[in-house]
Design a protein around this ligand. Sequence first.
Ligand code: 5GP
Ligand code: MN
Length: 343
Amino acid sequence: MKNTEIEIITSISTLLKAKALKIAIVPHENPDGDAIGSALGLGQVLKNYGHEVKVLSPNSYPDFLKWFSAEVPVLMYNEDKKTAKNWLKVADVMICVDFNDASRAGILEKKILEFPNKKVMIDHHPYPKEFCDFRISETSYSSTAELVYDVLCKAGFQSYFSQSAAEALYTGILTDTGGFSHNISKNTFRVVAELLNYDIETDKIQSAVFHNFSADRMKLLGFCLNEKMQVFPEYRAAVISISKKELEHFNFQPGDTEGFVNYPLSIKNIVFSALFIEKDDFVKASFRSKGDFPANAFSAENFNGGGHLNAAGGESELSFEDTLTKFAQLLPRYAHQLLKTTI
Ligand code: 5GP
Ligand code: MN
């Protein structure tokens, strides 16, 4: 943990080693495997220690992540504000995981900023904002789940791990690295090896996460690759776009388009991929890149977003059609960077 001073870990350890705390763990909006895996893994260890823990998610998450055996309750703020608000009223500590800017928590942003007691942030995205009392921000980590493991060990919670905690953290690492294919380091595999000490069933997790799609989702993917992918070989870029009507046609369920943005990067020589999805009042953008082409800077400069160097997201207020035109018109401006990227 290059960025984290030992004093921060000591303070967090002192904070969390108090007796029987009430803790709220908050992942970002539209939680992915890392956000929900980090929250449940951390929550389970703190529960095993003797705290009362609830995960407070801004909204729901895909069904394929709902098989976790963790005993920590998850409250969806958009579905049951009353129960969630009551927990925030009594909570002694809030821990924000897998985001570093309160606005990434969507409708929970104000509640996070107003929370009167101690707040901890554990995250691996660049450019963290100041909104927590204790901040752990480590961009060299593959995933927040990998970081949560190291933080818990360093803070003295090693003996409170259990199978369900390890399963949740393993899932976070597995999903954020695309099945151990990117952002991995020696430390990632060390943490994974230590998590395997808790007898987690990796085959079961692999099936639950990657082999659990509906037939409609597979057909939507086929449709997108066949009819909705536009390749710009001269800019080493590609884009997939999906309208609301098309999503409805394929009986879209949350999580169905997860991973679609990665496919164009399998094309030889393509280093930048974008996915635009039409929502009710905006267009959601996802970007992936290879080498040193900065997907996060591209998103921040043009689509009001951010993220990691090779995986970023953002939004467009333009119409769906105008968003696609804007993307195509931006490529020449980035041609120099796209063409010099080595992979
Ligand atoms: P995804 O494409 O999977 O939605 O997001 C990829 C990465 O970009 C994630 O690490 C996520 O945190 C970040 N990201 C996604 N959407 C946004 C956004 O609207 N704003 C910012 N700042 N980051 C985003
Ligand atoms: Mn993450």
